[in-house]
Design a protein around this ligand. Sequence first.
Ligand SMILES: Nc1ncnc2c1ncn2[C@@H]1O[C@H](COP(=O)(O)OP(=O)(O)O)[C@@H](O)[C@H]1O
Ligand SMILES: [Mg+2]
Length: 390
Amino acid sequence: MNGRRGSGPSPIFFVYRRKCWTQERARKVTPQECASPRGFTDARRSRESHRGTPEDDDWGHTVQNVLHSGGNFKASERGHILKKFSPIENACLEALMEDILRPYVPSYHGLVEREGQTYIKMEDLLMGLEAPSIMDCKMGFRTYLEDELAKALLKPTPRKDLYNKMVALDSQAPTLEEHLQKAVTKPRYMQWRESVSSTAMLGFRIEGVTIEAGSVKKNFKKMKSREQIMETFVIFTKSRQDILVAYVKRLESMQAALKESEFFRTHEVIGSSLLFVHDRRGTANVWMIDFGKTTVTPAHISLRHDVAWEPGTHEDGYLLGLQNLIDTLQDTIQMVKENREEAVDGSAQEGEQTIGENEKMLLKGEVEVKTTNGENNALMTPIQPGNRTL
Ligand SMILES: Nc1ncnc2c1ncn2[C@@H]1O[C@H](COP(=O)(O)OP(=O)(O)O)[C@@H](O)[C@H]1O
Ligand SMILES: [Mg+2]
């Protein structure tokens, strides 16, 4: 028993897992059908009238999970996907193919043209997974470039749109003056945005989650505490220790490679994510993705990535965030073990009732996680169609 137990989650997730399996069997639809943006009834109907083509196959899970990305992605032939061209990301992927980090990033297959638009062709990381569960974790202690902040500071015009975004997330966040003006400046908004999530404290934040090819949940903007993140991992992996352990091992080997990497030493890695993917068969992996804001640092700077950022240093804190993520996952494994032992000891009955309620809420998209300070955080609010973002 450890000190977190009092404020941590109840041993409910094992029962939760059992119930999910039962429901899947009862539904008699494939997870792919459930993942259809239009729901599985439509998917079943369309399966009957449309046999598909090899291209359709390639849409598979990936396109369902990237369609959200403001039209940034397009299907390609089997095993590949296309992402809208960005010179910065393209240069990174090219360089990464020659770096020790190559095994940790999607393989790069050059550029292709589609309907007058240039795309980067890369490996589809969901290829071969059956009803994949996916989590996107954005890494680092800040998600804006130094240059972006510098530009914003040069012209700190109060903006009403950013005020509205701020109020939508937390009506108490603006100062009295900002409330009066109904506007906030961009630098203020950028820094506040990091402080409400776990980015500022832990150096990573959860951006979005899909469980077993279901709908994409992305209401994590205010998720700050380790306990909340641990609970999200428990739900995400359905308490599977084998998957959690595989994730930790992969992150540890990635960490070793990062420390040796020439690419990493010379790049400020901002807004990049770790993509966690697994399926029910226990295949699990983590990949580095999204290099749209990963830029070469000035020649005289050799980045450490394990120190706090001071303006001008270009440090991103990536390694600190990664260590926090590994520690959080290890604590999650410990918590799952302890919960299992307690369940075996016969304390599951009480838990079973709790999960009954929690599961109902999860299915309705209203699971809430209580933080240590008693604050509630909506964890799984479903997103609207057409707004599927990880
Ligand atoms: N190579 C890939 N294979 C499979 N899915 C991917 C791949 N790259 C990105 N994705 C999916 O697309 C989402 C958005 O990708 P990302 O590169 O972060 O785009 P954006 O620049 O729009 O944020 C990821 O969270 C992930 O779900
Ligand atoms: Mg991204």
